[in-house]
Design a protein around this ligand. Structure first.
Ligand code: ADP
Ligand code: MG
Length: 385
């Protein structure tokens, strides 16, 4: 839905023009998976799919929320009643942002919000971060808070971790808030330092496809928690603050020290090699050489997520295997895993045949048809009007 439609929807609902309209994108992660809660590196870029919100301030301590994409009506909440983990519906994401802003001492006195999003929900493309960031940016502008993107991302992460109750890392919110069109974002999740890396695949005759498997395996939340706990155990056993502190050159020695902790060894190996893969992709892209060389690094990342971190699933493996068998330069699951989406780097000329092959493989395996689209690095969160 475009800015004008969302603006009109706001007027119909609330009977007045909104003070403004903002957009925040979903993201796809090129490389660096399950590293963001290990203080490591990630490299997402923004999708053209966005959450668009029309917003006005209120002065009476009331927050009204409406999504054009659901038929749940207008939710009316009192700011003084907002309590972490009290809300199990979608409104927890925007309300959590207001809660986090107020908890941080920002004088937000209420808002009317009407939004709509084209980010596929639950596809591992961060529809939740898009919702949070669009509301955070709107309130930042309207209440003149002057917070930079990385700080809005931190507040949105706090909203999701504490208010919603979902233990996510900092990548999704930072990507939505800070990405730039035509670039991937090389982010150090320890100090949030960032670097925009130009990524113009079309100029080299390449395409990046996103394949949304349209499945979410039910146990994904619990498994995510287990992986996080396993990583923390690994860091503790190795005497470091986070797995980020294990240098790639010291990996073998670190694995030896873990002795018979086989599961922890696998988790540590993934995280340390994945950080190395992010650095490898950054140097490949920055050297201005052939971007095709990124392909095998993506594929190695998938193998590590499948075999060591064990967060893939049959549908994701099928996308990767089929794409590689039909000429893809590289492919990997992206996002947390257990469903969601995979990415495929391919020659533009191979895209059609490859897409067909993946669709046929899904049909043959009896899976629901996947949704395939091309991803071009788009702009981060912004005011539309
Ligand atoms: P992801 O971020 O990977 O898409 P999450 O489970 O983190 O998956 O977030 C999905 C949730 O975000 C949905 O269950 C819903 O509560 C909320 N959401 C996403 N898009 C919308 C929307 N357009 N309107 C209302 N809520 C939405
Ligand atoms: Mg999410």
């Amino acid at each position: 839905m475009g800015a004008q439609e969302v603006r009109e929807g706001f007027v119909r609902l609330y009977g007045a023009e909104p003070e403004g309209v903002w957009a925040a994108p979903g993201r796809v992660n090129l490389i660096g998976e399950h590293t963001d809660y290990n203080d490591g590196f990630v490299m997402p870029f923004a999708l053209p799919h966005t959450a668009v919100a029309a917003v006005s301030r209120r002065t009476d301590g009331v927050l009204r929320l409406h999504s054009a994409d659901l038929d749940s009506g207008v939710a009316e909440l009192r700011l003084d009643d907002l309590r972490p983990e009290s809300d199990k519906s979608w409104t927890a994401y925007p309300a959590g942002v207001v809660w986090a802003l107020r908890e941080a001492g920002h004088a937000v006195t209420g808002a009317d919000v009407h939004l709509s999003s084209t980010v596929p929900s639950g596809a591992g493309l961060s529809s939740s971060a898009a919702l949070e960031v669009v509301v955070a940016l709107a309130l930042n502008d309207l209440y003149d808070l002057g917070l930079p993107g990385w700080q809005l991302a931190r507040l949105c992460q706090r909203a999701e971790n504490v208010y919603v109750g979902a233990p996510t890392g900092i990548m999704d919110q930072t990507a939505s808030a800070c990405c730039e069109a035509g670039h991937a974002l090389f982010l150090d999740t320890r100090d949030l330092s960032q670097k925009q890396i130009p990524l113009d695949l079309a100029a080299e005759g390449l395409r990046l496809l996103v394949v949304d498997t349209q499945v979410t395996h039910a146990h994904s939340d619990g498994e995510y928690g287990k992986r996080r706990a396993g990583c923390e155990k690994g860091a503790a056993l190795l005497g470091v603050d986070a797995l980020r502190d294990i240098a790639y050159a010291d990996l073998d020695a670190a694995l030896d020290r873990l002795g018979d902790e086989e599961e922890v060894r696998r988790l540590v190996r993934h995280v340390v090699t994945e950080d190395q893969r992010v650095e490898q992709v950054v140097s490949l892209l920055e050297s201005g050489g052939d971007t095709r060389a990124v392909g095998p690094v993506l594929t190695a990342g998938h193998a590590s997520l499948r075999d060591d971190f064990r967060v893939s699933c049959p549908e994701l493996d099928l996308v990767v295997d089929t794409a590689l068998a039909h000429g893809a330069l590289g492919a990997r699951m992206t996002g947390g895993g257990f469903g969601g989406s995979a990415i495929v780097l391919a020659e533009a000329t191979d895209v059609e045949a490859l897409t067909k092959a993946v669709e046929e493989a899904f049909a043959a395996a009896g899976h629901k048809a996947p949704r395939v689209f091309e991803a071009v690095p788009a702009a981060g969160a912004r005011r539309l009007n």
